[in-house]
Design a binder for this molecule. Structure first.
Ligand SMILES: *Cc1c(COP(=O)(O)O)cnc(C)c1O
Length: 476
């Protein structure tokens, strides 16, 4: 520790004294096998300046005896009222690369519930299924768990303008955290392809919202150019600090299941930051001796935006196949309407290490899965429901066994896309534009549609309606 930081009573890159240990010498390392260059975290790099590859944070492993007491330390912090302890991300700070003792940009993210879901379990033909609901984060999606770390680091390094390309949720999250930090957020969204609720959040949090002519992938391309020349600091999940925050979801989940590793963790796949982060979290916990095995992962995509599912199928024929981007991705699950996922190499690395699968599901399967979750009293946005559709499919083809334990990660809140839900229940949901070239948009007939009834405003009228209608409880 330098004299300066000692005098101030804090470390800038370690963990405050009093904790079991500090990962004080974490560094960045390029993931490309033929590069592997390392950099200091202080450089606020987002990609490798030498080869353009993705960067990983490499933690300095803490010593064995200190590692083993971590679950106890983390559990104890749940009774603390200190900001760093009430955050469900910073509570796990021994596994984060930057200090929690200097000021944090936090909205008490994380701390999300793990639910049982009997109806959804029955629908998927799985005995034991849990839902980790990341929609319960401050801005309604899992993006907050990564944003608190990325924005905290950026602000400490002196960044004044933070930017992202987004299908809506990263934008809402960045906008909120930038507002907390008092710095500018610049948000690039594809015009007309973001739900109005998500856009409204970013506007309310005071971000500069730029609606681009083009899709998410083109917004991503432009924002990376701006980041490379130093005009903006990029906080998309390509940013390795985002991955660090998001990986704490894996730790919180393990606490909630009493440190019994589930057989499967199932996530939707868009840009593939989430699978990269959860995988990293599990792999590091295993390396630190906190787990005795790893779960398998399943990454579920929508059929019209499924380059990663295709890649996995392709790899069975050609072990060196690279991702083939989808030029014009289409799905009503706008959070995963991504044709060229930035983190595909990280995602692939996780599946190679843990085993697992990636498959695609149809719009109809997503819509019905979402409605089934609703019947358990649990809402989510369309992208999140791919998990349930995917589990049902993987169970049907025997890849997931009925007796295996499964956790579906619900990534976003129901109210993120009310329009979709209202249309589903009133029979007005249609396949995404362009899916069936020419002709009328094809309706999606929901198996669990629950349209409102129009009844006379009289006692007799209402009683008559209740007698005639019966609540349908079947899920098949
Ligand atoms: C961002 C997001 C996804 C996709 O996550 P990736 O990390 O891009 O794969 C899925 N669902 C929701 C609700 C999201 O906000």
């Amino acid at each position: 520790m330098s004299e300066v930081t000692q005098r101030a009573g804090v470390t800038t890159h370690g963990v405050a004294s009093g904790n079991p240990a500090a990962s004080s010498t974490a560094q960045l390392r390029c993931i490309e096998e033929n590069c592997r260059a390392t950099y200091s975290l202080d450089e606020t790099l987002v990609v490798c300046p030498r080869c353009g590859g993705l960067l990983d944070v490499e933690l300095n492993d803490i010593a064995e005896p200190a590692r083993r007491v971590l679950p106890g330390v983390w559990a104890e912090r749940r009774t603390s009222l200190a900001p760093a302890d009430t955050s469900g991300v910073w509570r796990f700070r021994e596994m984060l690369p930057i200090s929690a003792s200097a000021p944090l940009v936090t909205l008490r993210e994380g701390n999300t519930p793990l639910y049982e879901a009997p109806r959804a379990a029955e629908y998927t033909h799985i005995d034991q299924m849990w839902l980790k609901h990341q929609g319960a984060n401050p801005t309604g999606s899992f993006k907050d768990t990564g944003m608190t770390v990325a924005v905290t680091h950026a602000v400490r390094q002196g960044a004044r303008t933070l930017a992202c390309a987004s299908t809506g949720n990263t934008a809402a999250s960045l906008a909120a955290y930038a507002a907390r930090a008092g710095v500018r957020a610049v948000i690039l969204v594809p015009h007309g392809q973001v739900s109005s609720a998500k856009l409204a959040q970013s506007l309310d949090y005071g971000a500069s919202v730029l609606e681009l002519e083009g899709n998410f992938d083109s917004a991503m391309r432009v924002v990376r150019e701006l980041a490379e020349d130093g005009s903006l600091y990029l906080v998309n999940s390509v940013n390795p600090l985002r991955v660090e925050g998001q990986k704490t979801v894996a730790i919180e989940l393990m606490e909630q299941v009493g440190w019994n590793v589930p057989d499967w963790i199932v996530v939707p796949g868009g840009n593939l930051g989430n699978i990269s982060a959860l995988g990293k979290g599990f792999i590091e916990m295993r390396r630190w001796g906190l787990l005795d095995r790893l779960p398998q992962f399943a990454v579920i995509q929508a059929e019209g935006a499924s380059p990663f599912a295709h890649l996995l199928a392709e790899r069975k024929r050609d072990a060196n196949a690279a991702l083939d981007p989808v030029a014009d991705p289409r799905t009503l699950a706008t959070a995963i309407r991504i044709g060229a996922p930035v983190s595909w190499k990280r995602g692939l690395r996780v599946l190679a290490e843990t085993g697992g699968a990636s498959i695609a599901v149809s719009e109809r399967e997503i819509a019905d899965a979402k409605a089934i979750l609703g019947r358990d009293g649990i809402g989510c946005e369309p992208a999140s429901a791919t998990t349930i559709a995917g589990i049902r499919k993987l169970a049907a083809n025997g890849r997931i066994r009925k007796s295996e334990t499964v956790v579906a990660v619900l990534t976003g809140h129901l109210l993120k896309d009310v329009d979709y839900t209202a249309k589903y229940h009133s029979g007005r949901l249609t396949e995404p534009e362009g899916a069936a070239p020419g002709g009328e948009p094809k309706p999606i007939k929901g198996a669990f549609a629950n349209p409102p009834a129009r009844v006379p405003a009289t006692r007799a009228g209402i009683l008559d309606y209740l007698r005639r209608s019966k609540q349908d409880s079947s899920v098949e």
